[in-house]
Design a protein around this ligand. Structure first.
Ligand SMILES: *Cc1c(COP(=O)(O)O)cnc(C)c1O
Length: 365
């Protein structure tokens, strides 16, 4: 087969760098400590696993294209209207669908300097122009966003809390951003880690959606619910945006096992609470243990820490990444986020955190 081709993809597509997923496997280890992708270390609810297995008998049937039971359960759980919820193949699908529906060539899509990697990918995939607003102290900056809005801006993506920094914007700042944006600019609040935030000046964005201000909130079952493997996310949006999403999505975008597992997971709030409690205990402990090694740890509202390494080549983030992998521990390099001196590390189980800290102690020696 020749590498030459006369086929030409649409502008933007050859510029995008495909998403680099966190690794989960290493050869030569009985047990690998996976701290690279922010799935809850407790794993999914046993009820979700049982529900997944139960539907194996129905795999000949198409799923409910409207994910009706799941949307109704989400609506009850969060106090929302089911008709304004759209379920999808991960929230990544919703990022792509919103971008496709509202932006194209000549349009700008705005996000912060260290914002989630799917935003530039989705933007370039539709031929729109990504625009990055600088951050202050590794945190999205509302004024920097507003400075970069032009008449061509169509969408602003804000991950709150953000991946990979772990930082968050308080409710008042997000409201200020929405107030100052034109009404024909869509604000997408990606609250993938909302379950982990413990601050009382944080909101995942439901009231902003309800107030009708062209805001969409995105949520996922991948992180706190640890169902990343089934691919399940959802949005809550004003009716006009919901209608658009339901037009552009695939009719059967959420599989039978995903709907069943999601529904069962929502019914096991004790398990979700256990994941939160684990994080509440171990996020500060892991932070303190890393700080004791002399490492700088960015404040995090999520279930991972952004850790800064020294600049000398023998002790830098690249070297730490390679060393941890040699010990069977997988962190996440974030050079592609413009953070080459950092690693992002998921808050693991107690023995995983201990293994991480022991390894880093040897590494920094
Ligand atoms: C993990 C993550 C997602 C993707 O979630 P999926 O539902 O698995 O597609 C979206 N946004 C942010 C900020 C994330 O960290």
């Amino acid at each position: 087969m020749s590498a030459d081709t006369l086929l030409t993809p649409r502008p933007g597509i050859m510029e995008l760098n495909p998403y680099a997923a966190g690794k989960h496997e290493l050869e030569g280890f009985d047990r690998v400590v996976v701290l690279s992708a922010n799935e809850s270390p407790l794993g999914p609810s046993p009820r979700a696993i049982a529900a997944y297995k139960d539907v194996a008998a129905n795999l000949n049937r198409y799923p409910d294209g409207g994910s009706t039971d799941l949307r109704e359960a989400l609506a009850r759980h969060h106090g929302l209207e089911a008709e304004n919820i759209v379920c999808a193949n991960g929230s990544d699908e919703l990022i792509a669908l919103l971008t496709r529906a509202y932006a194209g060539p000549g349009d700008e899509v705005l996000f912060s300097r260290h914002g989630f990697a799917m935003y530039p990918i989705a933007t370039l995939a539709v031929g729109a122009t990504p625009v990055m607003a600088p951050e202050t102290d590794l945190t999205a900056d509302v004024d920097a966003f507003l400075d970069r809005v032009t008449e061509r801006t169509r969408i602003v993506f804000l991950a709150n809390p953000n991946n990979p920094t772990g930082s968050f914007l308080p409710t008042g700042e997000v409201a200020r951003l929405r107030e100052r944006l034109r009404d024909d600019v869509l604000l997408v609040i990606d609250a993938a880690y909302a379950e982990y935030v413990t601050r009382n000046d944080y909101s995942a964005g439901t009231e902003l959606v309800k107030s009708g201000g062209n805001v969409v909130m995105l949520r996922t079952f991948s992180k706190a619910f640890a169902l990343a493997g089934v691919r399940l996310g959802w949005s809550y949006s004003p009716p006009a945006v919901t209608d658009v999403l339901n037009r552009v999505r695939n009719p059967f975008n959420v599989t039978v096992p995903a709907q069943a597992a999601g529904l069962a997971a929502l019914d096991d709030i004790a398990h979700l609470d256990a994941a939160r409690t684990h994080n509440d205990i171990w996020r500060p402990k892991m932070t303190a243990m890393l700080q004791e090694l002399g490492l700088e740890v960015a404040p995090s509202e999520a279930n991972f820490l952004l850790v800064r390494f020294p600049s000398e080549p023998a002790k830098n983030a690249d070297a730490a990444n390679a060393y941890l992998i040699s010990r069977g521990i997988i962190p996440r390099a974030v050079g592609n986020y413009g953070l080459p001196e950092y690693l992002r590390i998921t808050v693991g189980l107690e023995d995983e955190v201990v293994a991480l800290v022991d390894a880093l102690k040897d590494f920094l020696g």
